[in-house]
Design a protein around this ligand. Structure first.
Ligand code: HXC
Length: 283
């Protein structure tokens, strides 16, 4: 647990006895989420399509002392979902936390999207999120568990060349609210979305912010840096912990304030034209 120590503010064992299933958990943001859950005492099961990526991930988790294993699967296929949910319960006996992380994306002008291109992203992100939640439901009901859906900020406003992913993520936020309402009232299950902003070193950023444009991006973020994968990992640790037991049905934006940015005159200009004498008189 050494590597976590310098930066995690949470106790090592706050998730002890919990079991998490993370779709897409082998790489990127989802791997960081998986690792942070594991470093805080949770047993983790990762799902992904590529066996070599899963093997690599389990190796790293094992080196960190995390009790983990992987099941190959694809959230576009209901039989595959049933198999990995059953596989998780066969191995660890329960599911307390479901992270719907599996997603696919690419830049594409709306008029150039093929029906299959649009459908592929909806199938992975939106349908995958619902069908995996549905399949995990009996187990989450037993554990009064938590669902964390990986959303985005794309659809808060609108984003160029992202009609497919924006539609999917808007739908995911609707699922978050509706499941929080229905399954919260009846079964005590919480459901939350996380909307990451630009996160450095991820496949998503490689695809959406081509080389050479990433450094300039920090100037459009109030906190003046790209996010890190652990920014998202720690957010998930908090949201699934008891400290967040009254938070449900909402989307948590983790973006350094990125969505707040609008074009504005330079700060120095505004300082220069501010009527200082009047302000002073008031004080
Ligand atoms: C236009 C494209 C395309 C592209 C694929 N398609 N890439 N269309 N531009 N660049 C179309 C194909 O033409 C095809 O339609 C259909 O989509 C399916 O493509 P396949 O390659 O057959 O699908 P598949 O191999 O299953 O791959 C799925 C994928 C792929 C989504 C296209 O990119 C993938 O597996 N991605 C997973 C990893 C990933 O993307 N991670 C980043 C997530 S970022 P036709 O008509 O030709 O059959 C993210 C964050 C969002 O989600 C928010 C960030 C701020």
């Amino acid at each position: 647990h050494k590597e976590k120590m310098p930066s995690s503010i949470f106790k090592d064992n706050i998730l002890k006895g919990k079991v998490a299933l993370i779709t897409g958990g082998g790489t990127g943001i989802n791997f960081a989420i998986t690792r942070q859950l594991g470093l805080h005492g949770c047993k983790v099961v990762i799902i992904g399509r590529r066996k070599h990526k899963l093997d690599e991930a389990v190796q790293k988790l094992t080196a960190d002392g995390v009790d983990s294993f992987a099941i190959p699967g694809d959230v576009r296929n209901i039989e595959s979902i049933k198999a990995f949910v059953n596989g998780t319960v066969d191995h660890f006996g329960q599911i307390d936390i479901l992270v719907n992380g599996a997603a696919g994306n690419f830049l594409c002008c709306a008029e150039d999207l093929t029906p299959s291109g649009f459908k592929t992203v909806i199938d992975i992100d939106l349908n995958g999120t619902f069908l995996t939640s549905l399949t995990c439901f009996p187990h989450l009901k037993k554990s009064k568990g938590v669902i964390i859906n990986l959303s985005a900020t794309l659809h808060m406003g609108a984003t160029d060349f992202q009609v497919h992913a924006s539609a999917a993520k808007a739908g995911i936020d609707a699922i978050t609210r509706n499941l929080a309402l229905e399954w919260g009232a009846a079964y005590g299950i919480r459901c939350l979305s996380i909307a990451p902003g630009p996160i450095g070193g991820t496949v998503g950023m490689q695809k959406l912010a081509p080389k050479g444009t990433q450094n300039a991006l920090a100037n459009f973020i109030p906190l003046r840096r790209m996010g890190t994968v652990d920014d998202i990992g720690y957010t998930v640790v908090f949201l699934v912990s008891e400290a967040a037991s009254y938070i449900t049905g909402t989307s948590i934006v983790v973006d350094g304030g990125h969505i707040l940015m609008r074009p504005a005159p330079p700060r120095s200009y505004v300082k220069a034209v501010t009527k200082k004498h009047k302000l002073k008189a008031k004080l």
